[in-house]
Design a protein around this ligand. Structure first.
Ligand SMILES: *Cc1c(COP(=O)(O)O)cnc(C)c1O
Length: 388
């Protein structure tokens, strides 16, 4: 038994036994380079192709549309820069995104802005959802790409992806979605949802770190991000991370095959946490109450600092997060919480609990037992909290 409760699965997840066991032979006896023509290489190549089929089938795509990368950040960089640079040659220099994307998207579009692209940042309103009429009116004849995340990594809100895809199709604009938090947790069908490019990352669904994928719809031309050998049909150079790719495919298939049953359990745990934590005075739930990931709880408690809360929770063996793992260590509150209209002061008191199917009802009861006294203690020490 572990002596801690891990509820930071939006930051990363443990590697499942199934994924690990499937990977091990590709570090040991099957270590060949998939580009080599002798049997050792061909064993690796066959496994690579099988993994591609598996990933494609989980997304409703074709194997020829799946490209493996080194992480979700690389997939996002490649999709956005690769399309933007290609479309610039057709005179299109405008990109539409939202204010609350992951930094792997926001910093990428910022880099393009510095190159001279113009970028529209859609608001996400207080429920954390984009408005379709605002998207449609932002599209111009210069628009090269719309990139909107499937589900937010901090507040878990899920966007109307199919409707966004329909609008993009109607206006003949390409649509990329960062589905790193959604893959394996919500049903994805790239054709039915009119998605042209989609990013995912293995370590967010019990696969290994350092491997991701980008779906690119057949017929779309995109510039490579990594130049070199002819791997991935000349589109992404570098010897494939065979073991990692196998781990990704096994973990994704497992997540997709068991999605319904796991989500039922996750939603029950999530809503038990939310409903009980909302009874704490001056607390609020961030993001839409139902259009959110089954594993995501994000709350603010007025009068406290998220960092202090995390330290005291950690001392009780509960590992959670305050805002995004990438922003902790910075003094600015999360851009996501500011985007849904919270004041700096309230945003500082945020807590993200992200569950996985490894969590149990006992974990939830334990969190509900230790958390309220910690909040009372922090409030009693706070200079800004006047006993409300
Ligand atoms: C984690 C995450 C990423 C980055 O994925 P890496 O594989 O860690 O590079 C991108 N987007 C979202 C929404 C994420 O949650």
């Amino acid at each position: 038994m572990e002596n801690f409760i891990y509820v930071d699965n939006a930051a990363t997840t443990s590697v499942s036994k199934e994924a690990l066991n499937a990977m091990l032979p590709f570090f040991e006896q099957n270590f060949g380079n998939p580009s080599s023509i002798y049997p050792l290489g061909q064993t690796a190549n066959k496994a690579l192709n099988d993994a591609r089929e598996t990933v494609a089938s989980c997304l409703g795509a074709k194997a020829s549309e799946i490209f493996f990368t080194s992480c979700g950040s690389e997939s996002n960089n490649w999709a956005i820069k690769g399309i933007a640079h290609k479309m610039l040659k057709k005179g299109k220099n405008h990109i539409i995104t939202t204010v609350f994307e992951h930094h792997a998207v926001l910093h990428t579009v910022k880099a393009l802005e510095n190159e001279g692209f113009s970028v529209t940042y859609l608001e996400v309103h207080e429920d954390g959802i984009v408005r379709l009429d605002e998207l449609e009116s932002a599209i111009t004849e210069k628009t090269a790409l719309v990139t909107i995340m499937y589900a937010n990594n901090e507040i878990g809100t899920i966007q109307p992806i199919k409707e966004i895809g329909e609008i993009c199709r109607k206006h003949n604009v390409l649509f990329h979605t960062d589905a790193v938090q959604a893959a394996g947790k919500v049903e994805i069908n790239v054709y039915k949802q009119n998605i042209d490019l989609l990013s995912l990352s293995a370590h967010k669904f019990h696969g290994p770190k350092g491997v991701g994928a980008l779906y690119i719809k057949n017929g779309i031309s995109i510039e490579p991000l990594i130049e070199g050998g002819a791997q991935e049909k000349n589109r992404r150079a570098g010897t494939e991370n065979v073991a990692g790719i196998i781990g990704l495919s096994v973990a994704l298939k497992d997540a997709c095959d068991n999605m319904e049953e796991r989500n039922k359990k996750l939603i029950a745990m999530r809503d038990k946490l939310i409903n009980n934590l909302l009874t704490i005075k001056c607390s609020r739930l961030n993001g839409h109450p139902t259009k959110r990931l089954p594993d995501n709880v994000n709350m603010c408690f007025e009068g406290i600092e998220g960092e202090g809360l995390l330290l005291l929770l950690s001392a009780k063996g509960v590992y959670a997060s305050s805002g995004s793992a990438c922003t902790s260590g910075s003094l600015d509150p999360s851009h996501v919480l500011l985007a849904i209209g919270l004041s700096h002061e309230v945003a500082h008191g945020s807590l993200r609990i992200s569950l996985s199917d490894e969590n149990t009802d006992k974990d939830i009861d334990y969190i509900l037992e230790v958390l309220p006294p910690i909040i009372d203690r922090l409030r009693s020490m706070s200079p800004i909290w006047e006993n409300k």
